[in-house]
Design a protein around this ligand. Structure first.
Ligand SMILES: [Zn+2]
Ligand SMILES: [Zn+2]
Length: 330
């Protein structure tokens, strides 16, 4: 309970709105009422005129362990409307329901990499959208190219939803599904604009996550921005610093403690707090939201935050499932 209180205080101190927040080990929020009586998100959400232009909703703030948080997943809302899904880790389907997410216009999917805790629930999310909206979807799915034992994103999507894929039936189950998938190659390590439309710009740069091809994304809309580190090791930090320059909100995956606090092999995959702080300062990030929270980071969050603050003077906080952060310039 103390940790939960501490997290809530941090959220408030940093101006981060917090929805229902299940602490690890505690029960998750009560399920929403039956669909017929549940308010739709369109009814519950602020009107486009009053909604922040850019907002982040955390569906999953955890990692691969089943320890009380859903795995990595976020929704970016533009003018109050959910438009972009960033990763689709297990558990995000349930959180989307708890958030009463209106997914009709959520047609862009950004996959940071193809580890299960980031991509394993994409079929469930797309099925949930089809069943709950009954509306056709033209999904644009972006992700890394393939290497070693990891398929490219195009192949991953084909293996799931293609004519011979495991879930080929989804193409016309409840609603027609059309999709296009685009691979972002590991070279060159330069920012590339993935799409620009109606004031929205999405830019990507290859990241680095040991042997898993990885992508860092930045979403810009109406003068505000969110940058997603994804799972990232030290080799990916120069690219992240480049893409995240001046970003309003830096969403940083926080999995390990400063050395030697975590298992040595984890440092080949993830970035410790001291390096997160240096990177955030170097990028002049407006604020930092930690996510992909491991149990160790949760237990030692005071030390983690103190370490980040050694180099970074801006607001920094741990996320929880269903944390919402309006991005209005900080
Ligand atoms: Zn992960
Ligand atoms: Zn990973």
């Amino acid at each position: 309970m103390m940790r939960r209180l501490a997290a809530a205080v941090l959220m408030l101190a940093c101006g981060m709105a917090q929805a229902q927040v299940p602490a690890p080990g505690e029960s998750t929020p009560a399920p929403p009422p039956a669909v017929a009586s549940a308010p739709t998100t369109a009814q519950a959400a602020p009107s486009a005129a009053s909604a922040p232009a850019l907002e982040l909703l955390v569906l999953g703030s955890g990692g691969p362990g089943a320890v009380g948080r859903a795995s990595s997943s976020f929704v970016v809302l533009l003018d109050g409307q959910p438009r972009i899904l960033v990763d689709a880790g297990p558990g995000s389907f349930a959180r989307a329901g708890e958030a009463r997410l209106h997914m009709q216009a959520m047609d862009i999917v950004l996959l940071t990499h193809l580890h299960i805790d980031h991509a394993g629930e994409l079929p469930g999310i797309l099925l949930g959208r089809a069943v709950s909206t009954g509306r056709p979807l033209d999904a644009r799915i972006f992700g890394p190219g393939g290497a070693g034992q990891f398929p490219s994103t195009r192949r991953f999507v084909d293996l799931n939803f293609g004519p011979k894929g495991a879930y080929a039936y989804l193409k016309d189950f409840s609603a027609p599904l059309h999709y296009s998938a685009r691979d972002i190659p590991a070279r060159p390590i330069k920012p590339q604009v993935l799409l620009t439309e109606d004031g929205l710009t999405i830019t990507a740069i290859p990241g680095h996550h040991r042997d898993a091809p990885a992508v860092i994304y930045r979403v810009d809309y109406k003068g505000h921005s969110i940058t997603f580190s994804g799972d990232i090791d030290a080799h990916g930090l120069p690219a992240l610093a480049q893409l995240a320059q001046g970003t309003d909100l830096l969403v940083f995956n926080s999995v390990v403690l400063d050395p030697p606090g975590s298992a040595p092999q984890l440092y080949e995959l993830h970035t410790p707090p001291a390096a997160i702080g240096k990177l955030a300062a170097q990028a002049h990030a407006g604020r930092v939201l930690l996510t992909h929270i491991s149990p160790l980071v949760e237990q030692q969050q005071d030390a983690v935050l103190a370490s980040i603050r050694q180099a970074y003077a801006g607001p920094v906080a741990l996320s929880a499932d269903l944390t919402r952060v309006p991005v209005t310039g900080f």
